[in-house]
Design a protein around this ligand. Structure first.
Ligand code: BGC
Length: 776
């Protein structure tokens, strides 16, 4: 049975006195930077509701619960894809299972607590009106997958994470909330905080990459950006860190696959971003599809109740992923719908998404004594609390405004933000002989590849309300920068996954007639995202052949990669003198790319995921544990931990990214000793040794080289974006505490005293090294 301690009085009492105190032995409850400390404080206030209304509203909720029939309770615990405003592009199986008229009738009958992925004022008005005509007049919540923007699309979260710019992540989430609320939404199924270390998985694109610390920081920034300090603000959305938990660890990177993880890896790698998001005030979470060590996450009592409620004291709402409750049957964890309902609900899933199981079976389960009504009431209370937090009881029409829909969507400021984010997300992987940046008159340019003037793949996955009319393609962005726009020739050469008859010949002819080739190649947007796992993370063969033919002309080639994951670059793509990782950048793709190509923006992003040499190296991530036979950099590699065909170093490691200027780190100083309650300072000097202003992301890594548990060879623990004029220097100062050294041991969080290595670096493989003593 689930254990619910959340009686409404206690909930509000807790809220009035602020969040639970951080546990000093749990790294996930502690502030993770000065900035996020400030952030977390503010966001707690958001989740804690406006204290003014607390007790009066608890009466309102209790009165409502007292009046509800079991069927009405099950209705509040059920949500469905919006059939009144079906999405333009279907992106879930059977996303619309009902007609608009049938759904309106269900709302009036009190069978629906929330609708998702509908967009637009008039449909929202119709649906909300129906809810207000239901017996108890409980307003609906409208939710949606607003992952990286809505009409104005920002870079995919994986790309944005590479900016290491928390302020940017907060601002893009805030802007997305503004657009989402303008089209009638109250709740976003974001941020996606799954740590993903296997690039074959398609949903790598939706998260912050392979590093837990970066993932925690991004999670907090996005929660703040979406929710702000007061959810009753009609331009804010409740957020839903997902997918709880460990979905990013699906075996072999195959979508929906099982997950088998040690408690150490679960606790240290996959759970911290969730904990940080909850501590920052996230109002809800979503239970994952995957099986976790033999118990599906959406039927996992340990995960959803013992950990989430009892240990972490999370008070918000848990919604299942799409039909994840029903999928307990296919998992082999429940025999039929009734058992699946009982298992999901008693494990801790408050709200059922799309399966309809709770409507069908919860009343019966309660009537026959298989589920206590008190537990149903507790779950209903959480749904009503969310509605209360959003201010929906006082104003069911919040965020439903014909005017906002016209004025708040695709605003110039939002598009400027998308362009800024794009420029900050592009990673300069390689720039031999300073081929980049280009001058305004670089001679004749041949823009070759399927993405040159393509508008259909700007947004990337999960951008279902993308306004394609505002999208700027690469060719348009480049042309706008050229002194002579006619100097640009655009040739496709190949489709994403298919050859074009005569395509390569045309591309080669264009290359020969040009002074410079820009190759816009990579993945289409439907090659990443949900259900888009790949067996090989490569540039598709027809485009690779195109690249080989074009490179053979001997013209200088700049590669612009479009991708939703790290890629194993091969042949002419890998050997091109300049490579920009451009991901899916969203609405302003072409302008952001041109800003970097022509040097208006000096690239500063770093990789949030490691690029391996070969797909077969996946899962491939920098912060792995050592082996007993590490392969040496030089000398014999026989009988060492390695593959026959390649070395272990990354093609491009996590944290790598070049600039048009150069930087040097000097003068590392590390405090001598870290006492249990003290801190240790780590300082170094960063100098811009080049000729342009630029931004470096200084990264602090640690390693505990000898411990009672083998520890990762490096772990990111701090970072800072620093912008410097040419010749300028700045001291960067970090502080580490015992908390940064904790790991999961036999009895929970612990440390192992002794020497700790520290690097202040510009990637996960370089840096100045020092150490300090961690005292007992
Ligand atoms: C995805 C979720 C998403 C939900 C609703 C599911 O298939 O896994 O991330 O929020 O659909 O669209």
């Amino acid at each position: 049975m689930r254990r619910d301690k959340g009686c409404i009085g206690r909930m509000f009492a807790l809220n009035r006195h602020g969040p639970k105190r951080p546990d000093k032995d749990n790294p996930m409850t502690l502030p993770i930077s000065r900035r996020s400390l400030l952030g977390a404080g503010g966001a707690f206030a958001g989740f804690a509701l406006a204290p003014r209304a607390a007790f009066a509203e608890s009466d309102r909720i209790e009165t409502l619960i007292g009046k509800m029939t079991l069927a009405e309770k099950a209705g509040q615990l059920s949500c469905f894809g919006d059939a009144i405003r079906p999405p333009r592009v279907p992106f879930n199986p059977n996303a619309v299972s009902s007609s608009a008229a049938a759904q309106i009738a269900d709302i009036k009958a009190g069978k629906i607590g929330m609708l998702f992925n509908g967009v637009g004022y008039s449909g929202a008005k119709r649906a909300q009106q129906a809810a207000l005509e239901s017996r108890l007049k409980i307003p609906l919540v409208f939710a949606g997958d607003v992952i990286h923007g809505l009409a104005t699309v920002f870079p995919i979260p994986l790309a944005e994470a590479g900016s290491f710019d928390l302020d940017l992540a907060e601002r893009t989430a805030r802007a997305a909330a503004l657009e989402a609320t303008a089209v009638g939404m109250h709740w976003t199924f974001a941020p996606m905080v799954d740590i993903a270390r296997d690039e074959r998985w398609g949903r790598v694109s939706e998260g912050s990459g392979e590093d837990t610390w970066l993932g925690q920081q991004m999670a907090v920034a996005r929660v703040r950006g979406f929710q702000g300090d007061d959810l009753t603000d009609p331009t804010r959305v409740a957020c839903c860190p997902k997918h709880f938990a460990a979905y990013g660890a699906v075996q072999g990177g195959m979508e929906y696959n099982t997950v088998d993880l040690s408690m150490e890896t679960l606790r240290e790698v996959h759970l911290p971003p969730f904990k940080s998001a909850f501590d920052a005030g996230a109002a809800t979470t979503m239970s994952a599809f995957n099986d976790l060590n033999g118990v599906p996450a959406s039927g996992n009592h340990w995960l959803l109740t013992e950990l989430l409620r009892d240990e972490w004291h999370f008070r918000g709402l848990v919604v299942s992923d799409y039909t994840a409750d029903k999928e307990l049957i296919a998992h082999g964890y429940a025999a039929d719908d009734r058992a699946a309902t009982r298992k999901a609900f008693t494990a801790g899933v408050d709200m059922s998404m799309q399966s309809g199981l709770y409507n069908a079976w919860l009343p019966d389960l309660v009537e026959k004594g298989d589920v206590p009504v008190a537990e149903v009431d507790a779950a209903v209370r959480r749904v009503l609390m969310l509605k209360e937090q959003l201010g929906l009881f006082d104003d069911p029409w919040r965020s439903i405004s014909a005017k906002a829909e016209k004025t708040h969507v695709a605003m110039p400021a939002t598009r400027r933000l998308s362009r800024e984010a794009g420029g900050k997300a592009i990673v300069l992987l390689k720039n031999d002989n300073d081929l980049l940046p280009l001058s305004k008159a670089p001679g004749k340019i041949a823009l070759i590849g399927p993405f040159g003037d393509d508008k259909a793949n700007l947004a990337g996955p999960w951008a279902f309300m993308n306004d394609e009319s505002i999208g700027v393609d690469i060719a348009s962005g480049i042309r706008a920068r050229l002194a002579d726009p006619a100097a640009l020739t655009v040739v496709k050469g190949a489709e994403v996954d298919k050859t074009i008859p005569g395509g390569i010949d045309a591309a080669v002819a264009a290359a020969q007639a040009a002074d410079l080739v820009i190759l816009a190649i990579g993945e289409s947007q439907d090659m990443s995202g949900e259900a888009q796992a790949r067996v090989a993370i490569v540039v598709p063969a027809p485009q690779q052949a195109l690249a080989e033919a074009v490179a053979a002309t001997g013209k200088p080639v700049i590669v612009l990669l479009k991708h939703g994951r790290a890629l194993a670059l091969q042949g002419a793509v890998k050997d091109a003198p300049a490579i920009l990782a451009c991901w899916f950048l969203g609405s302003e793709t072409g302008n952001a790319v041109a800003d970097v190509l022509f040097g208006a923006v000096n690239p500063s992003a770093k990789l949030s995921v490691s690029f391996p040499h070969y797909s077969g190296q996946e899962p491939y991530y920098y912060n792995h544990r050592p082996t007993g036979r590490p392969a040496p950099d030089t000398g014999s590699q026989e009988y060492k931990a390695r593959y026959r065909e390649t070395k272990n170093e990354a093609l491009y490691p996590f944290g790598h990214g070049l600039s048009y200027t150069s930087f040097a780190l000097t003068a590392l100083e590390v405090g001598a000793t870290l006492t249990p309650t003290g801190s240790v300072p780590v300082t170094a000097t960063l100098t811009n040794t080049g000729t342009r202003e630029g931004t470096e992301i200084v990264q602090l890594y640690i390693r505990d080289p000898v411990a009672i548990r083998t520890r990762p060879i490096r772990q990111l623990k701090r970072f800072e974006r620093i912008t410097l004029a040419p010749g300028a220097s700045k001291q960067v100062a970090f502080t580490l505490t015992r908390n940064d050294l904790l790991f999961w041991g036999d009895k929970g969080w612990t440390v192992d005293p002794g020497t700790i290595d520290v690097w202040v670096a510009t990637s996960s493989v370089d840096g100045l090294q020092g150490n300090f003593e961690l005292a007992a």
